[in-house]
Design a protein around this ligand. Structure first.
Ligand SMILES: *[C@@H]1O[C@H](CO)[C@@H](O)[C@H](O)[C@H]1NC(C)=O
Ligand SMILES: *[C@@H]1O[C@H](CO)[C@@H](O)[C@H](O)[C@H]1NC(C)=O
Ligand SMILES: *[C@@H]1O[C@H](CO)[C@@H](O)[C@H](O)[C@H]1NC(C)=O
Ligand SMILES: *[C@@H]1O[C@H](CO)[C@@H](O)[C@H](O)[C@H]1NC(C)=O
Ligand SMILES: *[C@@H]1O[C@H](CO)[C@@H](O)[C@H](O)[C@H]1NC(C)=O
Ligand SMILES: *[C@@H]1O[C@H](CO)[C@@H](O)[C@H](O)[C@H]1NC(C)=O
Length: 501
């Protein structure tokens, strides 16, 4: 984190000699051209297609089908939304009733768009092995991004070609696109709030902020237009905390998750209806659907897994969402998005609904970890969430926020589970925050006894393979080379249909 005070002190130095120059991408001549294309799993047998345009659309439509020559279905929406400081409008439609695990071709209706394709979601209970990737804290590359801070030899080149081609993580995700079925990204996209780190942006915060968002979501498009890209919030989606409020420099669009909410609000789903034979599970799942608040907290099912996203930024006791102050807050001045306790009630109902005979694997995603080397854990997050994750037998908890890769043996209340990786009761925790962003990687820091792996030498991410109902493999991948840095298998018997109900 760069100190806000350093910024304030430096500002006068730039004031006289820097010409404001936000690096906006060119606006396409054809204003119906789709940009920032992004897919998401949005209900059973359903995929949402989201995209932005540089004009408001009266009707947003997607044509699709199982052959690229014959896109026989069409779905439209009339929602085309924006916010005060944005140049683009966010559009979304949801393709429902898809045949499961099938390649579909789709075309966003525009006078300037191409046919893309995706693999439709597996139904809950499909026991076919598959992998998903966890990519967190990934930011923009190019003129407004850095790579590894302070070490030029480890920086990717600032490209003159399409930046996505030399973003090592995006590049690796593209090279291995057939090896995984979707991506989860719990928080910190673009790092647009870090606009002030580039001197050229200092006098042009509002445009620099928007320009970084536009660049980043273009860079992500080769992946997010092919694979469901499941998002939840991180501090950088709300943060003005690195610019003191008193300076008045925080652009309106940067506050209170504005861009995140508009961009992902209509593409992330609620909770799924349960397909369990047990009526208590179906009742809990219905309750979770009512309590979900996408894109902040929600869940989905995919083959062997039930995945729950939760929000470590707002909506629980002592969340880091208050304005600046001595309350332990990180100064996000954001939220709440639900009524008091709505998120925790959701989490409890959702976790209780998980029938292990349908979805043996229960995985969660959140931004701030509480287990982390280097002492960067979020204590209020832990107080709010750890007891629930333990109680309901979560198998794997995925976090970011700390910019490196870390794996912990199953642990609860700072104590390693005596059964280790062989059918523990406690969740296994990972941090997959090393995907690459302007702030650089974080040092591994002080070890803790229940840490099993930590890596901060280069960009990396996690690949999680569900091998069968009882075995799950976590691999940390070095983005630049594809090398497997660490590999582990968690064995769970999943003997109980419901851990608690
Ligand atoms: C059509 O879209 C491509 C990118 O998909 C863009 O480069 C090009 O400028 C667009 N053409 C027009 C006429 O807007
Ligand atoms: C949307 O509808 C309005 C009113 O009917 C029309 O003036 C405008 O040109 C339309 N915009 C587009 C992009 O078709
Ligand atoms: C990406 O960067 C490497 C150097 O790190 C360079 O050798 C390579 O040519 C670049 N790739 C492209 C497509 O420009
Ligand atoms: C943030 O937005 C939510 C809903 O959009 C609103 O209820 C809340 O009051 C806002 N918080 C702040 C600090 O502006
Ligand atoms: C957690 O561990 C501490 C000791 O380290 C103990 O005092 C406390 O009761 C434990 N809490 C729970 C919920 O097990
Ligand atoms: C941290 O300590 C544990 C146990 O002492 C050890 O197994 C592990 O390799 C260490 N981790 C790192 C990153 O050094």
């Amino acid at each position: 984190m760069v100190s806000p005070f350093a910024f304030v002190k430096r500002l006068p130095l730039f004031a006289g000699c820097v010409i404001a120059a936000a690096s906006y991408p060119a606006i396409p001549v054809d204003l119906t051209t789709p940009v920032h294309q992004r897919l998401a799993i949005n209900g059973p047998n359903a995929i949402s297609v989201g995209w932005n345009t540089y004009q408001k659309l009266n009707q947003s439509c997607v044509q699709y089908g199982t052959s690229c020559e014959s896109l026989t279905s069409e779905v439209c929406s009339t929602s085309s939304v924006t916010y005060e400081t944005s140049r683009t409008y966010s559009n979304a439609v949801t393709l429902t009733g898809l045949a499961p695990a099938t390649t579909y071709y789709y075309k966003i209706v525009s006078t300037n768009s191409t046919v893309e394709h995706f693999f439709s979601p597996r139904v809950a209970g499909d026991k076919t092995p598959f992998a998903m990737n966890a990519v967190i804290d990934m930011g923009v590359y190019g003129a407004d991004g850095y790579t590894i801070e302070m070490d030029e030899t480890k920086r990717d080149l600032i490209p003159t070609i399409d930046p996505s081609l030399n973003h090592t993580t995006i590049n690796q995700l593209a090279n291995t696109v057939d090896d995984y079925e979707f991506i989860v990204h719990p928080g910190d996209f673009a790092y647009a709030d870090d606009w002030y780190l580039k001197p050229k942006n200092v006098l042009d915060g509002e445009d620099a902020f928007q320009a970084i968002l536009e660049q980043f979501y273009n860079q992500l498009q080769p992946i997010s237009s092919r694979k469901a890209y499941m998002a939840s919030p991180g501090n950088h989606e709300a943060a003005c905390q690195e610019i003191p409020y008193t300076t008045g420099l925080c652009p309106a669009g940067q506050k209170n998750f504005t861009d995140f909410m508009i961009r992902f609000g209509e593409t992330m789903g609620s909770a799924f209806p349960s397909t369990s034979a047990a009526s208590a599970a179906r009742i809990s799942a219905n309750k979770a659907q009512l309590l979900a608040k996408p894109p902040f907290w929600y869940s989905f099912e995919y083959g062997m897994i039930h995945f729950v996203m939760f929000n470590t930024e707002t909506d629980f006791a002592d969340a880091p969402d208050g304005p600046d102050g001595p309350d332990g807050s990180a100064g996000l001045d954001a939220g709440p998005f639900g009524w008091p306790d709505q998120q925790l009630q959701f989490l409890e109902a959702d976790l209780a609904s998980v029938d292990r005979s349908v979805t043996p694997w229960l995985v969660t995603g959140g931004h701030r970890p509480w287990y982390s080397t280097g002492g960067e854990g979020c204590a209020p997050c832990r107080a709010a969430f750890e007891p629930l994750l333990y109680k309901y037998g979560v198998d794997l908890a995925i976090f970011g926020h700390v910019h490196n890769s870390q794996r912990f043996v199953p642990v609860y209340n700072d104590t390693a589970d005596p059964k280790g990786m062989d059918d523990p009761k406690a969740p296994m925790y990972i941090v997959a925050g090393g995907a690459g962003n302007i702030e650089g990687l974080s040092a591994v820091g002080t070890n803790v006894s229940y840490n099993a792996f930590a890596y901060a030498d280069d960009f990396s991410y996690a690949k999680i393979s569900f091998l069968d109902e009882k075995n799950m493999q976590v691999d940390f991948i070095r983005s630049a080379t594809g090398e497997v840095l660490d590999s582990s298998v968690l064995h769970k018997e999943h003997a109980e249909q419901f851990v608690v109900q």
